[in-house]
Design a protein around this ligand. Structure first.
Ligand SMILES: [Zn+2]
Length: 100
């Protein structure tokens, strides 16, 4: 009795031969570009502000002039868009804020 050559199961196929041709493996979306965006709040110290009495802690000190804005960035580094710009002074002791 002779045995017929056994069919090879799909598990024993050559793994490289099972892949589609190289030209079809270059990517699902050839030419596609993706961006990583982020939104954060930036604070800038602009120097000393006026000397005034704080309405919260009632100390008379020199306040700090600050600017803040929200910004949209590409790859968390490249600024693209800025909005909600605000300039204010903050108490150096308790951190109270007054818009100027
Ligand atoms: Zn204060």
């Amino acid at each position: 009795m002779t045995r017929a050559p056994a069919e090879r199961s799909p598990l024993h196929q050559d793994p490289v031969a099972a892949l589609p041709p190289v030209a079809e493996r270059t990517g699902t979306y050839p030419g596609a570009v993706f961006f990583i965006i982020g939104i954060n709040t930036k604070l800038r110290h602009l120097g000393d502000g006026a000397t005034r009495e704080c309405p919260r802690c009632h100390n008379t000190t020199q306040w700090l002039r600050m600017r803040s804005f929200r910004q949209l960035t590409l790859f968390f580094v490249i600024p693209v868009l800025r909005w909600r710009r605000r300039q204010y002074e903050t108490c150096g002791i308790c951190g109270a804020v007054i818009d100027v």
